[in-house]
Design a protein around this ligand. Structure first.
Ligand code: TXA
Ligand code: MG
Length: 306
């Protein structure tokens, strides 16, 4: 079943039941070697599902759980490798959402849950998004309203002594570094480590182009003059545009938190408005802005032809 968390809606199955986990991969159309995040009701279950809990991991869990942080650790043999794409590590997270916590308590076990969208597409932030994307592939959707954070958890890997940022997300990297008292390693972790880190991911149907705040009006006019239906996701006030009457100007956000919370909704709105191209102005890549800029870059990345 699909259920709300503070980040995005997840598609959950009991992580200790390989047949249930297989249905997640089928519903999403996700390659079977892509690991799932395993959700726990409370932080004190961490050492049951991780083979070892290094001190920095315990510190992060104590400081930031429940919350939008996933910690990748060595997998306990209690957890079947079906949920972890065959890996010997597991991403664990305690969500900060009353309905998710209640569900996890009722299940009484770890729940594997990727975002409840088809592979490669925009993550759902409402129950209606889940139904629109996955439809009858899902037995049940718990409707908890719109997600508070709006994009996925930050993923930090803590094996072999180093702390590596695998995916920027709802907890700013700066906050994690403050808790660890050390900088996070980033960059070359290999494209298959986190599927959310594939170059093209989180993509709407329309083509996404990244532009700077002072360049989008000229680009919008040029595209409109060429007969292209354009939507704009800008950060500031939008001036009236001559010669681009057909322009879809999506509501701008007034804070980076709002930008994060509404990003996936806006990508969907661009599609609903029939836009062929979405011009998006990324926020500065700091704090939550790092995750917003990351998702926009992936939405704009060249897509494999299909
Ligand atoms: O906020 C979130 O994290 C949401 C909610 C539902 O909790 N979940 C989510 O799951 O975004 P998903 O499957 O869409 O993204 C999980 C990411 C994938 O990129 C996956 O490759 C990575 O986490 N991941 C999971 N386990 C991992 C592991 N053991 N090692 C490396 N990456 C892992
Ligand atoms: Mg996902």
């Amino acid at each position: 079943m699909a259920f709300p968390t503070e980040t995005v809606y997840g598609l959950g199955a009991l992580a200790t039941d390989p047949a249930a986990v297989a249905r997640i991969y089928a519903a999403k159309g996700r390659p079977p070697d892509h690991p799932l995040i395993v959700h726990l009701a409370a932080a004190d279950e961490l050492d049951r599902w991780a083979a070892e809990v290094p001190e920095p991991a315990a510190r992060l869990a104590a400081a930031l759980w429940p919350g939008p942080l996933t910690i990748v650790l060595r997998r306990s043999p209690r957890l079947p490798s079906a949920a972890t794409g065959g890996r010997d590590t597991v991403g664990l997270r305690v969500p900060d959402h009353a309905a998710a916590t209640r569900l996890l308590e009722l299940v009484g076990g770890p729940v594997a849950a990727p975002s409840a969208n088809r592979f490669g597409r925009v993550s759902p932030t409402t129950a209606a998004d889940v139904v629109a994307d996955l439809g009858s592939a899902v037995d049940l959707v718990v409707d908890g309203g719109a997600c508070r954070v709006g994009l996925e958890s930050t993923i930090v890997e803590l094996v072999d002594g180093a702390a590596t940022l695998l995916r920027p997300g709802g907890v700013p990297a700066e906050l994690i570094e403050a808790v660890l008292g050390a900088p996070l390693r980033t960059g070359e972790v290999g494209p298959a480590r986190a599927s959310g880190m594939l170059p093209s991911h989180y993509a709407p149907g329309c083509r996404v182009e990244l532009v700077t705040a002072d360049a989008w009006t000229a680009r919008a006019c040029a595209l409109a003059a060429a007969g292209v239906r354009v939507a704009v996701l800008a950060t500031g006030p939008t001036p009236p545009l001559d010669g681009a009457a057909d322009l879809v100007v999506l509501p701008a956000s007034t804070s980076v938190e709002e930008y994060a919370r509404t990003l996936y909704r806006r990508l969907r709105e661009a599609d609903e408005a029939g836009a062929e191209v979405l011009l998006a102005v990324p926020p500065p890549p700091e704090g939550l802005g790092l995750a917003v800029a990351d998702r926009l870059r992936r939405a704009a990345a060249p897509r494999p032809s299909s």
